[in-house]
Design a binder for this molecule. Structure first.
Ligand code: NAP
Length: 297
């Protein structure tokens, strides 16, 4: 008989973080609202929806946002960088975010490195990633930071545990590995990073006390990949066509029905890591605002 597995409700944790930010903005009454600029190239459905969620969330807690949309057929890497430089110099803008993915002709890393480090609220620029590796303060990428907040909320210590991450991107895997191996209370994990060239993936993932999936392969990971009683963090979000009025449903990388009877706890999709990513972006925006306006961050 299957045993009940605990759902790690990222949405609940995100709401706690968002309420803290909202409370602070109402209580302190700063001279102006924090402001984040979103730059989006093209109309990819998922990107449109992600930016819209971020705008809506910002509005609901008292953060201002600006959205600039560019035609992928017309904008060049240099032009996008010029747009960023203008925002870097604009004292009314505290944070800058470039929504991925960008067209193939534009290098996402070059673009991120153009954002002023003190406005780099996604934390993908070289300076903030370097500071993360050095265990110095800076802006931490939102999805990895959100995963650590989730572990804290549910009192799941990664210290001494084997965390296996199936992803080596700058957005998820690499910064998460850096965070979880920090010499700190919510670090001190042993981390294995896997990717598409890893041999015998199930043998690696079955060693995980905490398994983080971020492949973008909906339902790919069944019980064969998972150690009984593991904690499973499903970062994957894929739009899978389902004939519904919306046309698709969101699915994670885990085969939820297959793995939930054997794991100790799992994040749902949607409602798991996704809302945390947005909440941590809001927290980083408030931090950028405070740093630039000489408030203690
Ligand atoms: P990405 O850059 O394409 O990274 C995918 C990673 O998965 C790469 O490291 C890739 O390996 C690895 N991979 C792909 N197929 C694999 C396989 N068969 N076996 C082992 N590893 C495999 O994508 P990303 O931007 O990091 O995003 C990954 C997923 O997370 C997507 O579903 C995305 O929507 C989701 N995501 C969710 C959030 C959230 O807030 N919940 C935030 C960010 C991303 P290689 O490096 O060898 O190609």
């Amino acid at each position: 008989m299957s045993h009940p597995c605990k759902l790690l409700q990222g949405r609940v944790v995100a709401d706690v973080i968002l309420n803290e930010i909202k409370d602070e903005l109402q209580r302190v009454r700063f001279q102006r609202s924090p402001c984040v600029a979103f730059l989006r190239v093209g109309n990819d459905g998922a990107s449109v929806s992600y930016v819209a969620q971020k705008e809506k969330m910002a509005r609901s807690i008292g953060i201002k946002s600006i959205l600039k949309i560019f035609d992928p057929a017309k904008i060049t890497e240099n032009q996008l960088m010029e747009e960023i430089k203008n925002f870097n110099l604009d004292p009314s803008v505290d944070g800058i975010l470039v929504q991925a993915p960008l067209p193939k002709a534009i290098d996402f890393v070059n673009v991120c490195n153009t954002i002023a480090p003190n406005k780099d609220v996604d934390g993908f620029g070289a300076e903030n990633l370097g500071r993360l590796l050095q265990e110095k303060s800076g802006f931490t990428p939102c999805t990895p930071a959100g995963i650590v907040e989730l572990l804290k909320f549910y009192n799941i210590s990664p210290a001494g545990k084997h965390v296996v991450i199936v992803n080596r991107s700058l957005i998820v895997g690499k910064p998460l590995a850096a965070l979880l191996t920090k010499h700190s209370l919510w670090g001190n994990a042993t981390v294995t990073l896997c990717h598409s060239q890893s041999e015998n993936l199930p043998q690696l993932t079955r060693q995980a006390d905490i398994l983080v999936l971020a492949c973008g392969k909906p339902g790919h990971f069944d019980a064969h990949f998972v150690k009984p009683e593991a904690i499973l963090i499903d970062v994957g979000i894929t739009r899978v066509p389902d004939g519904s009025p919306q046309g698709y449903s969101l699915q994670g990388d885990a085969n939820f029905e297959a793995v939930s009877p054997i794991v100790q706890a799992i994040t749902p999709v949607p409602g798991g890591v996704g809302p945390l990513t947005v909440a941590l972006l809001m927290r980083n925006t408030l931090k950028a605002f405070k740093l630039q306006n000489n408030f203690a961050a």
